[in-house]
Design a protein around this ligand. Structure first.
Ligand code: PLP
Length: 486
C-alpha cells in the first residue's frame, strides 16, 4: 500500500540523534512525581524517533504535500464551493489590531473590530434582503439550527405549539433534515418532480397546520434554481409556516436575487464558501443567519447594536434563544469575508455569480455527450451527471472518482443527491480558468473512453497515490492514527 520512497520518520530513527537544542536549565527541576498522581506517570520513555531537525522538517513537508487543497489543484467538490481564498484576506486577518484582540476586552477598546462586524452585518443584510443578521453561528449547519430554533421560539411565543414538522425537499443539502432533527422537529420529505424541482402538488399535500417551516436549499443540490419559489412561499405562509433559505451556495444568485425578496423569513450564509473563508478540515467556519423583522426578538444574544457612534453588545433580549457560540462568532472569518466583499464591490460580486454559473454550464455541456445528464436544464453553480452508462460497462462512479486522483484532481461529490443514480456532482466555482476547466473535462472524457476500452484501469485506480483504496468505513469508524510497526 505504501508506495512512496520517502521513509517514515519512525524508520529513520538513529539512537542518540537529536533535532533540537534547548538553553541550559536555569530554574529548579520539577519532580513530576510530586505534581501528578501516580496513575498518570508513565513508566517507560515514549518511543519517539530520534532524528535530526532536517529529518523532521522533511517528514512534515512530505506529509503536507500529500494533502490536496485549493492552493495545490482543482477541487470541484459539489455543494462545497472550493474556490480560491484570496491572500489579501489572510493579510488583513493577521493585522495586529484584529489578530491579537481578546474576546473579554472591554467594548470601548475594540470599537474597530465591532465596527467591522457591524458593517459586515449591514452588507449581508443588503446582500440577502433581510432585516437583521447575526454573525454568531460557526458553520452552515449551525446557522440552520440557529434559524430553526428562532422559528420554534416564534411559534411558541404565538401559542402555536402544534407546529412540530419541518418540510425538506429530497434535493436539499443533507444538513437540512439533520438540523431539523437536532432542533427537535420531525422532518417531512417532499419529492422532486421530473424537472428536478420541488413537486408543488406534493408540497401542498404535506404542508398543513403542523408545519413549522419549509427549508429550501436554493439552488438545490441538483444545481437547479427553484423556479416556483413564490408559489412555494405562498403555500407555506398561508398555512402559517415560516420559510427557511439555505444560502450556503449564494454564489449562484449573489447580486442577482435576494432570499428576502422571495419571501423568505430566515436565511443562512456560509462565509467559508461564498465569501472565500478557507474551509475543509473541519473549520473554522462562519454561518451568519439573516431574519425578517418578526424574528428579530429571537436572535441569539448579545446582539451588536450601534448607539450614536458607539458599538455595543445588547444583552437585554428577553425573547432571545440565547447564545449559540461562546463569545461572538469566528471573528477571523468575519474579517476575511469583509475584506472580500470590500475588495470585490457590488460589480465584482455580480461577476462572481455570472462566472460561477457560466463555468458550471460550460463544463456540463462539454461533458454531456460522454455521461448521462439526468436534468437537461440550465444549471446554476453546479450540476449533476449520472454514471449510469459507465456502470453498464462495469465502471462505477466511485471508480471514476478514484481515477480522477491519478490526474491530480480532487474528485467531485459522488452518490449525492440520492435521487440520481450513480450521481456525480461537480462545482467548478468562478475562480477557475477556462484552461483548468478544459483540462478537467478532458480527463473526464478520457476516463469515459477508458471505461469502454480498458475498464480495469479505472476499476483499479488510483495508480499514482501513496495509498490506494481504503476501507473507507473502517477508516472512519476505527481510524489508525498512530504509526504501527509493520
Ligand atoms: C456546505 C453546505 C451546508 C453546511 O455547511 P457547513 O458549514 O458545512 O455546516 C449546508 N447547505 C448547503 C447547501 C451547503 O452547501
Amino acid at each position: 500500500m505504501h508506495k512512496e520512497d520517502q521513509p517514515l520518520i519512525f524508520e529513520l530513527s538513529t539512537e542518540g540523534r537529536i533535532g533540537y537544542s534547548l538553553p541550559e536549565m536555569d530554574i529548579p527541576e520539577i519532580d513530576l512525581g510530586e505534581l501528578l498522581p501516580e496513575g498518570y506517570l508513565r513508566e517507560e520513555e515514549p518511543e519517539l524517533p530520534e532524528v535530526s531537525e532536517l529529518d523532521i522538517m522533511r517528514h512534515y513537508t512530505a506529509l503536507s504535500k500529500r494533502n490536496h487543497g485549493v492552493d495545490s489543484g482543482f477541487y470541484p467538490l459539489g455543494s462545497c464551493t472550493m474556490k480560491y481564498n484570496p491572500k489579501i484576506n489572510e493579510n488583513v486577518a493577521r493585522f495586529n489590531g484584529f489578530a491579537h484582540l481578546h474576546p473579554l476586552q472591554d467594548e470601548s477598546s475594540v470599537q474597530g473590530a465591532l465596527e467591522l462586524m457591524y458593517d459586515l452585518q449591514e452588507h449581508l443584510i443588503e446582500i440577502t434582503g433581510m432585516d437583521e443578521v447575526t454573525l454568531q453561528p460557526a458553520a452552515g449547519a449551525h446557522g440552520e439550527w440557529t434559524g430553526l430554533m428562532m422559528i420554534r421560539s416564534y411559534h411558541e411565543a404565538n401559542g402555536d405549539t402544534k407546529r412540530t414538522k419541518v418540510v425538506v425537499p429530497d434535493s436539499a443539502h443533507g444538513t437540512n433534515p439533520a438540523s431539523a432533527t437536532v432542533a427537535g422537529f420531525e422532518t417531512v420529505t417532499v419529492k422532486s418532480d421530473e424537472n428536478g424541482l420541488v413537486d408543488l402538488e406534493d408540497l401542498r399535500r404535506v404542508v398543513g397546520e403542523d408545519t413549522a417551516a419549509l427549508m429550501l436549499t436554493n439552488p438545490n443540490t441538483l444545481g437547479l434554481f427553484e423556479e416556483n419559489i413564490l408559489e412555494m412561499a405562498e403555500i407555506v405562509h398561508s398555512a402559517g409556516g415560516k420559510l427557511y433559505y439555505d444560502g450556503a451556495n449564494l454564489n449562484a444568485v449573489l447580486s442577482k436575487a435576494r432570499p428576502g425578496d422571495m419571501g423568505f423569513d430566515v436565511v443562512h450564509l456560509n462565509l467559508h464558501k461564498t465569501f472565500t473563508g478557507p474551509h475543509g478540515g473541519g473549520g473554522p467556519g462562519s454561518g451568519p443567519v439573516g431574519v425578517k423583522s418578526d424574528l428579530i426578538p429571537y436572535l441569539p444574544k448579545p446582539v451588536l447594536v450601534k448607539n450614536g457612534d458607539q458599538y455595543e453588545f445588547d444583552y437585554d433580549r428577553p425573547q432571545s434563544i440565547g447564545r449559540v457560540k461562546p463569545y461572538y462568532g469566528n471573528f477571523g472569518i468575519n474579517v476575511r469575508a469583509y475584506t472580500y466583499i470590500r475588495t470585490m464591490g457590488p460589480d465584482g460580486l455580480k461577476a462572481v455569480t455570472e462566472n460561477a454559473v457560466l463555468n458550471a454550464n460550460y463544463m456540463m455541456r462539454r461533458l454531456e455527450p460522454f455521461f448521462d445528464l439526468p436534468f437537461d436544464r440550465h444549471c446554476k453553480h453546479e450540476f449533476v451527471l449520472s454514471g449510469k452508462r459507465q456502470k453498464k460497462l462495469g465502471v462505477r462512479t466511485l471508480d471514476i472518482a478514484k481515477r480522477l486522483l491519478d490526474f491530480g484532481y480532487h474528485p467531485p461529490t459522488i452518490y449525492f443527491p440520492l435521487n440520481v443514480e450513480e450521481c456525480i456532482m461537480i462545482e467548478p466555482t468562478e475562480t477557475e480558468s477556462k484552461e483548468t476547466l478544459d483540462a478537467f473535462v478532458d480527463a473526464m472524457i478520457q476516463i469515459a473512453k477508458e471505461a469502454e476500452e480498458n475498464p480495469e484501469i479505472v476499476q483499479e485506480a488510483p495508480h499514482t497515490t501513496v495509498i490506494g483504496r481504503l476501507d473507507e468505513t473502517m477508516a472512519a469508524r476505527k481510524p489508525v492514527l498512530r504509526y504501527q510497526k509493520q
